[in-house]
Design a protein around this ligand. Structure first.
Ligand SMILES: Cc1cc2nc3c(=O)[nH]c(=O)nc-3n(C[C@H](O)[C@H](O)[C@H](O)COP(=O)(O)O)c2cc1C
Length: 214
C-alpha cells in the first residue's frame, strides 16, 4: 500500500514537472542569456510547416511569454510589446492538451481558465498544427480603449496583436523553436471556452514547438 502511494506521488510529481497537470503555474524566472542575436533571428524567421510533438521546456515557456508581452519595465508596468496609447489590450492564453491558462504578466504566472483539450478549436481546419505541444491565443479587449468606435478600436487592437505575434516569432527564431502566426481558429467555440466578454476578440494564435524530425 505504502509503495503504491509512493508510486502515485512520483507519477504526479513527474506530471507536474512536465507541465501536464492542470493547476496555476508559477513560471521560471527569465534567462536573459539564452537565444541568438536579433539579426540571426530575423535571418532564420519563417512560418512553421510542421511540428514535432515533443514538449518545450518550462524555461522556454517562461521566456516565450515574457518575450511575447511580459513586463520589461517594472517601474511603469510597461511591456515588451508596444500598444496604442499603452492600452495593453492583448491578453495571452496558453493551451496544451491538459487545459487553458491565462498569462498574468504582473506575477509572471499562469492562471487556470479551463481544464481539457480544446486545441482542435484553435487548429480548426489546419489539423496538422495539432502536433505542436503549446498554443498561444492572442485575445484583444477593445474596452481598454477609452475613445473611438468599436471598429476603430478593433483596428488598433489588431495592430497591437500583430506586434505581440512578431515578438513570439522572433523569440522562437532566436530559441530554435518553430511557430506560425495564424488568424484561422474557431472563434465562436473559443469565446465559449475562454468565457470571453463581448468586448474581447480572439485575433491570432501561434502554435509553438520543434520542427518535425524527418
Ligand atoms: C495576420 C496573419 C494571419 C495568418 N493566418 C494564418 C492562418 O490562419 N493559417 C496559416 O497557415 N498561416 C497563417 N499566416 C501565416 C502566413 O501564411 C505566412 O506568414 C506567409 O505565408 C509568409 O510566410 P513566412 O511567414 O514563412 O514568411 C498568417 C500570417 C499573418 C501575419
Amino acid at each position: 500500500m505504502r509503495t503504491a502511494l509512493i508510486s502515485i506521488a512520483i507519477v504526479l510529481i513527474a506530471a507536474v514537472s512536465h507541465g501536464q497537470s492542470f493547476a496555476p503555474m508559477v513560471l521560471d524566472s527569465v534567462d536573459f542569456s539564452q537565444g541568438t542575436t536579433v539579426m540571426e533571428a530575423l535571418k532564420v524567421r519563417a512560418s512553421a510547416t510542421s511540428f514535432d510533438t515533443c514538449q518545450i521546456t518550462p524555461q522556454q515557456l517562461s521566456a516565450l511569454l515574457w518575450s511575447a508581452n511580459g513586463i520589461n519595465r517594472p517601474e511603469s508596468g510597461k511591456r515588451t510589446a508596444a500598444s496604442a496609447v499603452n492600452a495593453q489590450d492583448i491578453d495571452l492564453y496558453v493551451a496544451t492538451k491538459v487545459g487553458i491558462w491565462r498569462y498574468n504578466p504582473q506575477k509572471h504566472q499562469l492562471d487556470t481558465v479551463a481544464a481539457g483539450d480544446y486545441r482542435t478549436f484553435i487548429a480548426d481546419r489546419q489539423v496538422w498544427v495539432l502536433d505542436a505541444p503549446v498554443f498561444l491565443i492572442l485575445v484583444a479587449d477593445i474596452s481598454k480603449f477609452t475613445f473611438g468606435t468599436d471598429s476603430s478600436r478593433l483596428v488598433l487592437s489588431s495592430m497591437d496583436a500583430g506586434i505581440v505575434a512578431q515578438n513570439i516569432s522572433l523569440y522562437c527564431a532566436a530559441a530554435g523553436l518553430e511557430t506560425r502566426i495564424r488568424a484561422g481558429m474557431n472563434d465562436e467555440k473559443l469565446r465559449e471556452v475562454l468565457a470571453l466578454t463581448p468586448t474581447q476578440y480572439p485575433l491570432l494564435n501561434t502554435p509553438v514547438g520543434y520542427r518535425k524530425k524527418q
